[in-house]
Design a protein around this ligand. Structure first.
Ligand code: ZN
Length: 277
């Protein structure tokens, strides 16, 4: 497994850690493929009952990599579970759609649907693509210092690719988050039902593992069915077709940016996103 993600077994719990702390765990493609391998490994290991997803360093995840030296959006990777064709060597929207269908929407959906419970252990920044990783987990435990935002409307793009906003936040607050691009606190996230627990930073790990161990006591098949039951109902509440329809709007925005400014991100890099945010 690549260094971008570390994997540790603690009893019946797999601790999967985003490991680009120098870049606030910005997700490059190397990281998403490494995450995919880590989730697969945890599912295939019969000794593992629960997954915990964490971030190394000061932050959980600052989002997709749009400017670190390790940005690798133009590279091909070994693709074991094919969700679309390789984006490399394709033009325009064909390339963008292929890449994002695989590494963003497709992989996030697959991770949401793994048959074992996953818990996000969130501290510091959890921004845009970072929200996607927290949201695919079944439970979220947040430190008091955690903060959340999806500021991509600044790019003219209506939210990140895994568009769970109305379901994770409720429609009214989802609009506020998107329209302002502003940060919201762990406490606010708890109030709207996005996170399960808010705990002091110092006890984040002990609280998360205590919850994971409690869940791990349940029978494996029962947990898998309970997870599927809630996910199926969430899909019947429109999550899956909602995401499919919004993915089209998302790519309309990328294509508009590319047509008007020559850059699908509207000319904004990580620094540009931070300004005024
Ligand atoms: Zn996109």
């Amino acid at each position: 497994m690549a260094d971008e993600v570390t994997y540790e077994v603690r009893g019946r719990i797999a601790l999967i850690t985003l490991n680009r702390p120098d870049y606030a765990n910005a997700q490059n493609s190397a990281m998403t493929y490494a995450l995919d391998a880590a989730f697969t490994r945890a599912v295939n290991d019969d000794e593992i009952a629960v997954l915990v997803l964490a971030g190394a360093g000061k932050h959980f995840c600052a989002g997709h990599d749009i400017g670190s030296p390790g940005r690798d959006a133009d590279q091909s990777f070994d693709r074991e579970a094919v969700l679309w064709w390789d984006h490399v060597g394709k033009d325009g929207a064909d390339a963008r759609y292929a890449r994002e269908m695989e590494v963003y929407l497709g992989m996030c959906r697959r991770w949401r649907e793994i048959p074992k419970p996953a818990i996000a252990m969130v501290h510091g920044a959890c921004i845009a693509g970072g929200l996607m990783l927290a949201w695919v987990c079944d439970l979220i435990v947040a430190a008091q210092d955690a903060f959340f935002a999806d500021p991509v409307v600044k790019m003219g793009v209506p939210g990140v690719e895994y568009f769970a906003h109305p379901w994770a936040l409720g429609p009214r607050f989802a609009k506020e988050v998107l329209f302002t691009g502003g940060r919201f606190s762990a406490e606010r996230a708890w109030q709207v039902g996005m996170v399960n627990q808010v705990v002091p930073r110092a006890s984040l790990e002990s609280a998360t593992f205590a919850l994971a161990e409690k869940v791990a006591e349940m029978p494996r098949f029962g947990l898998a069915l309970a997870k599927r039951a809630v996910n199926q109902c969430e899909d019947l509440m429109g999550l899956r077709p909602g995401m499919d329809s919004v993915f089209g709007l998302h790519h309309l925005a990328h294509a508009h940016n590319a047509e008007v400014s020559g850059d699908s991100l509207g000319g904004l890099d990580a620094r540009g996103m931070k300004q005024g945010g």
